[in-house]
Design a protein around this ligand. Sequence first.
Ligand code: GLN
Ligand code: ZN
Length: 756
Amino acid sequence: MTTNPGPAVRSTVHGYPRIGPDRELKRAEESYWKGATTAAELEKVASDLRLDVYARLRAAGIDDIPSNTFSYYDQVLDTAVLFGLLPARFEDPTEAGDADGRLRRYFAAARGVQGAPPLEMTKWFDTNYHYLVPELSPDVRPRPVGDKPVVEFREALDAGHRTRPVLVGPLTFLLLSKAADDAPEGWSPIALLDDLVDAYASVLADLRAAGAEEVQLDEPILATDEGRAALGELERAYTRLGGLDDRPRILVSTYFGSIGADALRVLKESPVEAVGLDFVTDDEGIADLTAVSGLGSTRLVAGVIEGRNVWRADIPSAVATLGTLLALTDELTVSTSCSLLHVPIDLEAETSQAPELRAALAFAEQKTREVALLGRVLSEGGEGEYDIDATAPGAAFVDARVRARLEALGPDAYERPEDRGAPTDLPLTTTTIGSFPQTGELRRARAAHRRGELAEEEYKAILRSEIDRVIALQEDIGLDVLVHGEPERNDMVQYFAERLEGYATTDHGWVQSYGSRCVRPPILFGDVSRPAPMTVEWITYAQSRTAKPVKGMLTGPVTMLAWSFVRTDQPLGETARQVALALRDEVADLERAGIRHIQVDEAALRESLPLREERRREYLDWAVGSFRLATSGVSPSTTVHTHMCYSEFGLIVGGIEALDADVTSVEAARSRMELVEDLGRRGFKRGIGPGVYDIHSPRVPSVEEIEASLRLAVSHIDAGGLWVNPDCGLKTRGYEEAEQALRNMVEAARRVRADL
Ligand code: GLN
Ligand code: ZN
């Protein structure tokens, strides 16, 4: 027990949720978009939300408060706007340069307007947040035209908070951008680095003039292979920024994994004052620090509280980590592992979880208190008082039966017979991905049922009549393998989470997915099992309405994990196997009920791929193993389908083959069926359904277009293994377009079949 006061350890967070405790930002934006409120009204809501965040962080005892972590839509888009890097198509000459005009242009880039499609949206690293991808070309000139960071800094200062403005760093910004369509072949945005860094220099000077003492430049790209390979650029950027005369202190912040000793050495030797590292995502951070002999006089901002999961911290173990880190740096700040953007705001808003689960949870508000507590404990000499106990998350939620069942499985539980014949005798079998349009009526019925205003039997009757209509429509269109349309599902993960033991859902646990869109990820807290069949009632009902085969629809283990908050007390692969076992039971029940086609969606297989290549093998092993566990209990004559979104097929094609599904449907329309050539070359031996049209667009594809895609496909792949389907589920479309598109698809398949 030491009584000496420790070094002055400070506390901070990388960022905080911006949507508001009651999704105020979503409501304000949607009302502004509809024209129901003015730009000034929207700005007032935004300003109140920002000030509320500063006050919350202050109240939690956080020493150093970040600003400019607010965004109306996305921080990468904000950065593009700050430096005048929006494509010209969003320019509107008739538009006033006032707040309203600026906001309109901003939202046009985010959401698109007539004649100007929005910027592409994609996943922010391996989170479920999406950013907008800047489009750059050699003739753009980054210039510091925006003033958002300065305005928000001043606003906070007026309210009594001298904050640390946060910006996406130049390296991350450029490596996440893409070359515009008109950029020369082979040109990449990183070529703009020096000009962009000059523009950053000017923003730093403005912030300094406004009174900022420190800025944070986020460089999470350093956690990826691509970022780790850009050391020359990293050095150039930060030597230049660090060398400016009149500037705030610079914190280069990294997260979503360790950055490796080489990048760390570059940062240590560059003239920046502080470096932020993540000590939660993997356990290499300390080894990296040791390899560079510590940070010396560069301040370490140590991410020791998990920023993107919902478990309470193990405080004694965090104290121990910080103790080790204190020997590797002269100055230390305690922080979260990344921005708290990725977790819900306040556990206090929840009332329905079991007390044992609640005791294991921490949302953003609780995490800021953990960070502040660690700061105090360390400052007081390393062994201060704290009353948070050390229950390991999930430890209380073991189900011995689940474990025994998994233990008892032999290798044959993961294998189907190699030779099991062709899934159908029809070439170019037509089908869909699962969901049909979700009408307003259906959504209203679900909401009323949830509120207890619509009795179970009445609700079920509505679902059955929806299934009747979807089946009749598919028969009329002439599809071969039908679906029930998924009318009973609010969401492909939440629906199952609500029916599995070991999973909890939240009432207010909203997290920003993109723009104003928020999701409420379920929480996978304990051993998973299936108390009762989850989908059999609906699929068998659908099958009873038609002589054609109806395909059962389930969500696979990887996707069930990817779109949830998952326990961390055991390897993900182990948790995935538990989910797989529950799905295996469902698959068996479907088969027993006479269902001959069963689809297990792995929409998230590609997006869950680890950021660094050296971790991908292990991931694919458990991802593939759990899929096979879920599906290989069926007889050889049952057709197992899977579906994947995203077409960057090359990265995971080996994994897809290893899933050993009889039929894989995959997004292909936006990449113009490129993958069929690949698959042909590889001699892919199971069925494949490259999506023949893009369901993300409201445009109805013509018969000729689809026919051309199919002819291209049959020139590379054997027609017997080729399936014909859209590239994803139809739930976001209207009936009118969906029906016409499917009719055209069936006609195109008929024409191509006739010529075989
Ligand atoms: N079966 C799901 C659907 O059709 C698949 C959704 C998805 O791939 N994201 O809606
Ligand atoms: Zn999909």
